[in-house]
Design a binder for this molecule. Structure first.
Ligand SMILES: Cc1ncc(COP(=O)(O)O)c(C=O)c1O
Length: 451
């Protein structure tokens, strides 16, 4: 057997083993059995090889590979730190050089809007940690009854039990009888295209603000701990807030003493063209959560950032904060994050988003918006969404969207269908030419799906 045949045999054996022994997340086992797994091969820059085909990764993995694949600096940082100190943690005051440096760097990146950081591994456990920090804050403030969490329809906050409960997409709930009764209350999402029909942007923001305030009054502000918002709602369909919405939310939360928690697991580290989306939208959350782009997912890491309003209260405690994970403060994760941030800064990737990606994406979306199958095309930074109107029901529009995604895949572009919305989250290193090529592929994919 020559080397090529031997490699093909290994791949084929792996795929059989995978179907037999790997329980995949969010995968229908019968479809997997029928079609087999999609094998990720090698990846470089904005390109990934899937089932042997080289594609533009218009999704950056799962909205996480911000600096693109195969970056030498990140790989070296991981190797070097792993060799020096393969593990350390944050319990009972232990730390490491890279974790201390990363904490300071994150404070600087946020202009000290957040001055202390708690580390975890995933977006879900960052959000779980944010809930416990909010509860602890209220306990120290002498208001332990504040336990209700507010989140929004179409929200996605992760997949642990509590993060699923915070999530506002039914699909994630029904198999587990979530959300937990009384702990999470959902309010409307700022989804103008589908939920704000007939209203001007100002009227819609007013309506959303009034219904949020009504809900807080109904529950009683003295019972509400925090309101979770993704500045741009990701998995719910890349829903971009109308101007003034996030400021209105902040004003209401401040008025009722409710902590505002920005989930920037997707939007953090450059997706809007600013380092964080709260900076782009100019509002001030009390707590921020981040993951994915913090290391471009070369290594699992997440963080919860706390504003001084919160740390001032936490620092009054003369006791342990009884929460933490084995990997809270992993030195290798921190080294990779520092290298990742250096790559974003040294290569001026935020400028690339603003000057190259965003204009190309806006041009492409403006053109696609005129397509009869497209109800709304929206974009900001590296994120774009096509909200389809082809078909008379949501189910038909969803089926159409899935067809477009398959056609785009066949033409060399990875996208993400989210019910009737096709989502794109390009790596920050993408060129205008790569965005233009992706837009051409999309147009052809939509036309093919209509046949
Ligand atoms: C906004 C948001 N929050 C939280 C999460 C959960 O992150 P993880 O999958 O790392 O747990 C995600 C994942 O996609 C997300 O998009």
């Amino acid at each position: 057997m020559n080397q090529i045949d031997a490699n093909a045999q290994i791949e084929s054996d792996c795929l059989i083993a995978d179907v037999k022994h790997h329980l995949h997340p969010v995968t229908n086992p019968q479809t997997l059995e029928k079609l087999g797994p999609i094998l990720a091969g090698d990846a470089e820059g904005v390109y990934v090889r899937l089932n042997g085909e080289k594609l533009i990764d218009g999704l950056s993995g799962l909205g996480c590979v911000n600096v693109g694949y195969g970056n030498e600096k990140l790989c070296r940082a991981a190797y070097t730190e792993m060799k020096r100190l393969s593990f350390s943690h944050g319990f009972v005051g232990q730390t490491s050089k890279t974790v201390a440096q990363l904490s300071e760097k994150l404070a600087k990146l946020t202009n000290y809007d957040f001055d202390k950081f708690f580390f975890a591994s995933t977006g879900s456990d960052a959000n779980e940690s944010a809930v416990k920090l909010a509860y602890y804050y209220w306990r120290l403030k002498g208001q332990p009854k504040r336990k209700v969490l507010l989140s929004r329809e179409y929200a996605y906050h992760g997949n642990t039990v509590l993060a699923t409960a915070l999530t506002g997409i039914e699909h994630y709930h029904f198999q587990f009888d979530l959300p937990l009764a009384n702990l999470v209350t959902r309010v409307e999402a700022p989804y103008a295209y589908r939920c704000g029909v007939g209203l001007t942007s100002t009227e819609y923001v007013r309506k959303l603000a009034e219904s949020l305030e009504e809900k807080i009054r109904e529950i009683g502000p003295e019972n509400v701990a925090a309101f979770f918002v993704e500045p741009v709602q990701g998995a719910g369909g890349l829903i971009m807030p109308p101007r003034g919405y996030l400021q209105a939310v902040q004003e209401i939360c401040n008025r009722h003493g409710v902590l505002l928690i920005a989930d920037e697991v997707v939007t953090g580290f450059g997706k809007t063209g600013s380092m964080f989306a709260y900076q782009h939208y100019q509002f001030k959350p009390d707590i921020i959560t981040m993951a994915k782009g913090i290391t471009s997912s070369y290594y699992p890491l997440s963080a919860v950032g706390l504003s001084q309003k919160v740390t001032d209260v936490l620092s009054t405690a003369n006791e342990e904060f009884v929460h933490g994970f084995t990997n809270s403060g992993h030195p290798v994760a921190a080294a990779v994050a520092l290298a990742n941030i250096e790559v974003i800064e040294e290569n001026r990737l935020l400028d690339n988003v603003k000057n190259a990606i965003e204009p190309a994406l806006r041009r492409g979306m403006e053109k696609l918006a005129k397509h009869p199958a497209v109800g709304e095309a929206r974009s900001i930074g590296v994120m774009a969404a096509l909200d389809f109107c082809h078909g008379n029901s949501l189910a038909e529009q969803t089926a159409f969207c899935e067809k477009v995604a398959l056609e785009a895949f066949a033409r060399g572009l990875v996208t993400r269908p989210m019910d009737p919305v096709l989502g794109l989250l390009f790596p920050l290193i993408s060129t205008a030419a790569e965005i233009d090529e992706s837009m051409t592929i999309l147009e052809s994919a939509i036309n093919a799906a209509m046949l």
